[in-house]
Design a protein around this ligand. Sequence first.
Ligand SMILES: N[C@@H](CCC(=O)N[C@@H](CS)C(=O)NCC(=O)O)C(=O)O
Length: 219
Amino acid sequence: MLKIYGVYKSRATRILWLMEELGAPFELVPVLQAYKLKDPMADGVRLNTRSPEFLAINPMGSIPTIEDDGLVLNESLAQTLYVAKTSGGPLAPKDAAEDALMLQWTLFGATSIETEALKIAMANNEGRLGTEAGQAEAKAVARILARPFGVLEKHFAAHDYAVGERFTVADINLAEIVRYAQAYQPLFDAHPKTAAWLARVQARPGFKAMWEKRLAEVE
Ligand SMILES: N[C@@H](CCC(=O)N[C@@H](CS)C(=O)NCC(=O)O)C(=O)O
């Protein structure tokens, strides 16, 4: 059975959402981010991203990691693409062209959106978005994101989904990156087709099931 190391409040949401969509069984091994612990190296402390046992599996010390029949994958976006492809069905690419497009949207999200969008997520998590400085920070980020969001907007004006006119793993990868910017509404007001796509994919029972479990997590 597929083993997932991580917690819901992490990039593990990507593979955990996919598993909900697939309705497939998995084992979740709770590994917490070290920065959430006072002393991650203390004796008897819970498994975390600095634990030697976990570093032996993922030398980067980041979550999520997956293990499938001896294969270890430490990058979240590679994990979803791998599991979608090995599971087959509509979430997976049906041919090499779709495979390339799914990889392209995934890499576009990771390289052109994620770093900036995370700044909005962090400002929000740290309670800064409500302040004048936080709003100014988000506005500056939104200016940078205007270019990749313009690309998304053009695509979603013509298509309901990223690839193949159906919901696929590419939507999961992209949506879980775009979500980081979701707390800054003006960016989405300026890109209504992208906002509608995000709402559409987040309305799926698979996303909602994953999100409920994330909200229920204490850490
Ligand atoms: N590129 C990696 C990044 C993983 C990553 O940074 N994960 C964070 C949690 S979302 C983490 O493990 N942070 C804890 C740490 O660095 O100790 C991926 O997408 O899997």
